[in-house]
Design a binder for this molecule. Structure first.
Ligand code: 4FV
Length: 260
């Protein structure tokens, strides 16, 4: 996978490329990473990349010519790459989209600054618009790094066996189960017994129940219309029975069974 990031602040990317799993993926040639300075595609001696908006108003807009020059240069370096503009107007990024992008050969990221980029760039030089969320950033660089980070860890061979993407949050549409590590007792708080049992089936069942309850409590929207496995259905039914028990055992409980 080839990543090329177009920005007027290339230094912002340097530390990103130089650390952790991204750095290792570059060293293992699982990905290649390049940063192009849009200013290098200006033609005036002040290397101006922005100008006042037609129609007036506050803020500045990124000029089309330097951006087009940078995009065309990047496309020469990565002919099969798709060009992505990071913008609040884009399709909101999530794990499904990350999986889709990870199957492509190359990605060219156009990082806007100021109020955004001249619309004429979007017409014929941008393949996809992606948003990392409904908020406004000062620039697209952080958004590009988030997308590159989430996509890179899904590329085969990037994550070692010790940390696989299979167990990820959202990999099965649920949030991840609770994680514990040494010490076994921390400030009086113990690690759940089952995790010390070595009983892998029981541990897997506990982890599934942990994922389900966390998803139910924190992101119930993820459970709407989600296909439930037999085991998940049994766990939810057991909770329903437990809840009914609580209702029935409460003094005024008798007689009004919960109708499912
Ligand atoms: C953004 C987002 C974002 C808008 C104007 C950069 C800023 C400035 N990008 N997801 N949310 N971009 O706010 O991707 O050009």
């Amino acid at each position: 996978m080839k990543f090329i990031v177009l920005t007027i602040f290339p230094d912002m990317l340097n530390s990103f490329w130089a650390h952790g799993i991204i750095r290792r993926a570059i060293e293992r040639r699982k990905i290649s990473a390049e940063t192009i300075n849009v200013r290098d595609y200006t033609t005036d001696r002040h290397k101006v990349t922005d100008d006042r908006p037609y129609g007036g108003g506050s803020g500045m807009v990124m000029k089309p010519e330097p951006l087009a020059g940078a995009i065309r240069a990047a496309s020469k370096l990565a002919p099969s790459a798709k060009t992505i503009l990071l913008t609040p107007q884009g399709r909101v990024f999530n794990q499904n989209l990350a999986r889709k992008l990870a199957s492509w050969k190359g990605l060219i990221f156009v990082c806007g600054r100021y109020e955004g980029v001249d619309e004429r760039i979007c017409h014929d030089l941008i393949d996809y618009e992606i948003s990392t969320g409904d908020y406004v950033l000062t620039g697209g660089e952080l958004a590009a790094m988030m997308v590159i980070d989430a996509v890179t860890r899904l590329i085969p061979g990037v994550l070692g066996a010790e940390d696989s993407a299979e167990k990820d949050s959202f990999s099965n549409g649920l949030l991840e189960h609770a994680h514990y590590t040494r010490p076994q007792s921390y400030e009086g708080k113990e690690v759940p017994e089952v995790l010390l049992s070595g009983h892998h089936q029981e541990i897997e069942k506990w982890r599934l129940e942990s994922s389900l309850i966390r998803t139910f409590l924190k992101r119930p929207d993820l459970l709407q219309h989600r296909e439930l496995s037999e085991q998940e259905r049994d766990i939810l039914k057991k909770w329903a029975r437990d809840i009914e028990e609580i209702v029935l055992s409460s003094p005024k409980g008798h007689g009004n069974r919960i109708k499912y």
